[in-house]
Design a protein around this ligand. Structure first.
Ligand SMILES: [Zn+2]
Length: 157
């Protein structure tokens, strides 16, 4: 069986604009959390090779030691008008919330609990890498504008 190669994107809470779905509690260099709402979630496996990226920085490369799964629930907050989870919490203006999609303003988002399967990829074997060795790839990542949490880096067949 051939190994797969993945780009894992760790999002920091400070820079996330949309507040509709809670962030994952990633522990850099130790584990990577994702769930069944993420594209490709079924395809990651122990032994796969990963490049870990946080915002525009490459944090390291390594191998997934193993993946554990648990049942989990997530709170989704939605715009009451169009049901989008792309909603922004405002610090000064009232009402407190504004929809990023339809621009509707509201004081309380609609909340629902979504049952998901949660995965924790254990990649404690990840290595911090020299940025120089990845400069070209960094450039490519930066310009790709890819916002997916899990992206394949397999060479096209
Ligand atoms: Zn809306």
């Amino acid at each position: 069986m051939s190994k797969n190669y993945w780009l894992l994107l760790e999002k920091s809470d400070e820079t996330r604009i949309s507040k509709g779905i809670d962030g994952y509690q990633d522990q850099t260099g130790e584990s990577y959390r994702y769930d069944s709402l993420v594209p490709n979630h079924k395809n990651l496996a122990g032994g796969d090779f990963v490049v870990l990226r946080k915002e525009n920085e490459i944090l390291g490369v390594g191998e997934i030691a193993g993946i554990s799964e648990v049942n989990d629930a997530k709170i989704h907050r939605r715009c009451p008008e169009c049901r989008s989870t792309d909603i922004r919490e405002r610090t000064t203006k009232q009402p407190k919330w504004k929809c990023g999609k339809c621009a509707h303003e509201f004081s309380e988002p609609e909340e629902s609990i979504v049952e998901v399967r949660s995965y924790v990829g254990d990649h404690r074997r990840i290595h911090q890498i020299e940025c120089t060795s990845l400069c070209e790839r960094r450039q490519a990542l930066r310009s790709s504008g890819c916002r997916r949490s899990v992206t394949t880096l397999n060479a096209p067949a």
